[in-house]
Ligand binder design. Structure first.
Ligand SMILES: [Zn+2]
Length: 652
């Protein structure tokens, strides 16, 4: 047997640098990625990857061989002990050595090695090493680390139920604006508190993703419920070097971990399309948040991993069969199922996680499959009310994102036809959905549940710089928070957190309206702004948002917009709706810059049609068992370990 040349380097960056210098005689294979990601910049750098004891995750390495050679073996070691040796190309149980497809055009024979479903129960920092052998006998290694975060046993004081109230895009300004509108101020004092204001503990959350200071909603949610940083547009996975969006190295979700450890069930409630990043990033593993067909399939097909019991929101377009597998022209029933957004999992992933393999099936009737699996189905509020308290529940109230609170409430008051224009006149409010979800989850609740409730269009309407619509979204979300708070009061073994995934739009409360026009001179600032006063109806929402002296919002992360300072009768178009280009939705303004009317143009700082997320820290408030852990300034991944401590070890 040929003696291998050992090319071990502690600093992989050095290997990469050497590899790119022309004329360096001694070529070597390189390991360009080791997963989970480590921080190799310095010896005392923050440990990037952290896990709860026994939490499952995949090990992965990408190896680039020298020209004319191949990689013949890859071995993973933890603390110096082999945990997986893959010595041929192919798939072997939960291990594989497969082409790194996104690299192969530039690096022939590059491979990606996977060890699926690894777990480690010993608290502390562990070394992770990978060694790759090339067909000419050369060997290369790379080292990283990960940490298992210990759980302190606090006898009998665990939280059985975990409720995460996620106001998408909800920064401090969104909360303040909702309080000013819903509760009023007089002589400097708020005349009431939002439900979220009454939570006894509040902290500030740093929201960055793996690859940016500014996150999108996929890592924004996933980081809370995996304890690890995901890359933008990715949920429940680490990045890798294959083009398959469903084969990425996985990290176990809170829902999956607690289901496996304690038998918890899972509820997901959103005002968005249920395929959207925030709901999906509690149960679905993919590197492409846009792959709606596969995302909704995985909700059902991997319910045994997550305990999925309640799924409610919009998004029927992904559940309806599309026999033609074509969405252009649009399937007549509104279906947008396509095989190009579906998945078939590799066998090592199936073996390592016990996941369903999946199938490319654009013609699947997913609602029927949910029903066959025991879920009651509610297509509208009337059916939701009539469903009683079933064992399991699927509610899909629109084709895609649900209509926003302002338009739903105005429809209930008989003063708007927006929901009719969308074709869904009978949609529930988020607090009604939350109330039902809590009843269903609490019905067979021997082992507790994880419930995530998303106020989705706080973000979506902030992107569109439609101020009154996102303020009412925040009020609607707060009414759902009150339901969660009431549940936790009646069931003290419950932790409720209210937070956001990121701030959206750089929203600021800049003053109040004066005069009658749209120009800047109508913005009253400082003492001229006084205290805007809204009349709140019995339904909990303002009688009229265009009151004299109304509160005005500015944006620090804005695209171009025309501003009238008035409530827009129509929301801007939502390109997620399958029929948004057809009448009557095609008569709605395309975006904030298309609302020319009597407004004036405010030039944006960012290109495109929408305001963007910002990197600003966001507030998190906590109520119930273990709430006192949520103070100070902490990372979004820290939330996972606090919840794990409370749910598994308990809180004093
Ligand atoms: Zn957003």
């Amino acid at each position: 047997m040929q003696q291998p040349i050992f090319v071990r380097k502690l600093l992989p960056a050095l290997i990469c640098a050497l590899g790119t210098v022309a004329g360096v005689a001694e070529a070597a294979p390189t390991i360009s990625r080791l997963t989970p990601p480590s921080n190799t910049l310095s010896a005392d750098a923050v440990t990037l990857a952290r896990f709860l004891p026994g939490q499952r995750f995949d090990l992965q390495a990408t190896v680039k061989p020298d020209a004319g050679t191949t990689i013949t073996a890859v071995e993973f070691k933890v603390d110096g002990v082999s945990v997986g040796n893959i010595n041929a190309a192919g798939i072997f149980g939960n291990k594989s050595l497969v082409p790194a497809t996104s690299l192969t055009s530039s690096v022939p024979n590059a491979v990606s090695a996977y060890l699926r479903g690894y777990a480690n129960s010993a608290p502390g920092v562990h070394t992770l090493a990978v060694t790759a052998t090339q067909s000419d006998g050369q060997v290369v290694s790379r080292e990283g680390n990960f940490e298992v975060v210990g759980i302190v046993a606090n006898n009998g004081r665990t939280a059985k139920n975990v409720i995460i109230m996620l106001g998408d895009g909800m920064g401090a300004a969104h909360r303040t604006a909702a309080r000013i509108m819903a509760k009023g101020y007089a002589q400097g004092k708020a005349q009431g508190r939002l439900a979220m204001d009454t939570f006894p503990y509040t902290g500030l959350v740093m929201t960055a993703s793996l690859d940016s200071i500014v996150t999108d909603s996929a890592p924004g949610m996933a980081n809370y419920v995996t304890g690890n940083k995901a890359q933008n547009n990715q949920e429940g996975v680490y990045p890798d070097d294959t083009t398959d969006a469903f084969d990425n190295p996985r990290v176990e979700y809170l829902s999956e971990y607690l289901h496996r450890k304690k038998g918890t069930t899972l509820g997901i409630v959103t005002t968005a399309d249920v395929f959207d990043a925030t709901p999906a990033a509690n149960a679905v593993h993919t590197s492409n948040r846009g792959n709606g067909t596969g995302i909704v399939d995985q909700f059902l097909d991997d319910r045994k991993l997550t305990g999925l019991t309640v799924l409610m929101g919009g998004g029927r377009k992904w559940f309806l069969p599309n026999a033609s597998n074509s969405t252009s022209p649009q399937a007549v029933n509104g279906s947008q199922r396509k095989t190009s957004t579906d998945y078939v999992l590799p066998d090592d992933l199936v073996a390592g996680w016990g996941a369903a393999k999946g199938k490319l099936d654009s013609n699947r009737d997913l609602i029927a499959d949910f029903q066959a699996a025991g879920y009651a189905y509610a297509p509208d509020k009337t059916a939701l009310d009539a469903a009683g308290v079933p064992d399991k529940l699927l509610g899909l109230f629109t084709f895609s994102n649900m209509n926003v609170a302002l338009d739903k409430i105005n429809a209930r008051r008989g003063v708007s036809t927006v929901v009719n224009d969308y074709g869904f006149p009978d949609q529930p409010m988020l607090d009604e959905m939350t109330d039902k979800a809590l009843k269903v989850l609490n019905k067979n609740n021997a082992n507790g549940f994880v419930l995530m409730v998303e106020g989705a269009s706080i973000d979506k309407q902030a992107h569109l710089m439609d101020s009154d619509r996102w303020i009412l979204e925040t009020i609607e979300f707060d009414r759902a928070i009150q339901k969660a708070r009431d549940f936790a009061t009646a069931n003290p073994d419950t932790i409720v957190i209210v937070t956001a995934d990121h701030e959206c739009a750089g929203a600021s409360i800049i003053g109040a309206y004066t005069g009658s026009g749209a120009a800047k001179s109508n913005v009253a600032t400082y003492e001229a702004a006084k205290f805007p006063k809204y009349t709140i109806n019995a339904d909990g929402y303002p009688e009229n948002t265009d009151v004299a002296g109304k509160m005005l919002i500015g944006y620090g992360a804005n695209a171009d917009r025309y501003e009238t300072w008035k409530t827009f009768p129509q929301p801007a178009q939502d390109s997620q709706q399958p029929f948004y280009k057809d009448a009557p939705l095609n008569t709605y303004p395309a975006n904030a810059a298309a609302r020319t009317g009597d407004g004036f143009l405010i030039s944006g700082q960012v290109s495109g049609e929408q305001a963007v997320h910002t990197a600003t820290d966001i507030p998190l408030s906590a109520y119930g068992r273990g709430a006192s852990l949520f103070t100070g300034v902490f990372d979004n991944t820290d939330v996972f370990f606090k919840l794990g401590q409370i749910a598994i070890g308990g809180a004093k």
